[in-house]
Write a protein that binds this ligand. Structure first.
Ligand SMILES: O=C(O)CCC(=O)C(=O)O
Length: 259
């Protein structure tokens, strides 16, 4: 599975500019002939949380139509980062996943809201796992702060997920945490980690970039710098099974003693 991570800067509170940028970048990334693309967290609005009632996407409909069309046009699976999706029960930070046929094959809303950036004041948390299948491989979607909750990540890999797709707006001052947490999630779950962060700044934060792909041994296959970049790497999927057989942590677990 060849994957391109679109590490872009986001125009604060300006979906019109952000859709145009995403379309241009997806066109550029398609030239690398990936099987799958991934975008960062809240890529249509950024963290303009106090204006989400005005600029959020009603039920994610605009984003779904936009991504479905591009997935079909380029014949590429797209993990569409996340967007602020406005529903009757409030606004969620939601990831939509489209197959290369343009069908919605998964949907996940960020489970853990990040108080340090006031998410709990404006957003509703998700209530369900982020499992989905792409080209026959079981995958899971997670959003930013979710990676600090290893038990939540494990809930997906214990069900067989082999690739974690993570979209983020991770700030620069905690770059060392981003790298260490992602490598740890890959080693302890013996899975691929595909993590797409944003570049640039908003009125309160500068973001870390450093999107990366990590293999199930914990080795970094490729890593972006801090700025805008399209990063492409290839997953050797049989390696997940090989490593899970070599060190069989999933059958050696004793979860009845863990809580
Ligand atoms: O956990 C962190 O340090 C960053 C989390 C974050 O920025 C987010 O969830 O948006």
């Amino acid at each position: 599975m060849r994957i391109s991570l679109i590490q872009l800067d986001i125009a604060f509170g300006n979906p019109e500019i952000n859709y145009a940028t995403a379309e241009r970048k997806i066109h550029q990334a398609a030239a690398e002939q990936p099987d799958c693309l991934i975008l960062p967290e809240l890529w249509t609005t950024g963290y303009d949380l106090s204006r989400l009632e005005e600029i959020g996407d009603p039920e994610g409909r605009i984003t779904k139509g936009f991504i479905s069309t591009l997935a079909k046009q380029y014949n590429i699976n797209i993990v569409a980062g996340s967007v602020a999706s406005k529903g009757s029960a409030g606004i969620t930070n939601s990831m939509f996943i489209f197959s290369r046929q343009g069908e919605l094959v998964g949907e996940y809303s960020k489970l853990h809201l990040f108080r340090l950036m006031d998410e709990h004041l404006y957003l509703q948390p998700g209530e369900a796992k982020g499992l989905f299948t792409l080209d026959g491989t079981l995958c899971a979607g997670l959003i930013c702060y979710d990676i600090r909750f290893p038990e939540w990540v494990r809930a997906h890999t214990a069900q067989g997920a082999e690739v974690l797709f993570i979209s983020a707006e991770w700030p620069l001052p905690r770059l060392s945490h981003w790298r260490a947490l992602l490598i740890s999630r890959a080693i302890e779950n013996q899975c691929y980690v595909v993590a797409c962060n944003r570049a640039g700044s908003d009125p309160t934060n500068t973001f870390a970039g450093h999107s990366m792909i990590i293999d199930p041994w914990g080795d970094i296959i490729c890593e972006a710098s801090e700025g805008e970049e399209i990063l492409t790497g290839t997953l050797d999927l049989p390696r997940v099974r090989e490593i899970r057989e070599q060190i069989p942590i999933f059958s050696d677990r004793r979860p009845h003693l863990y809580y």
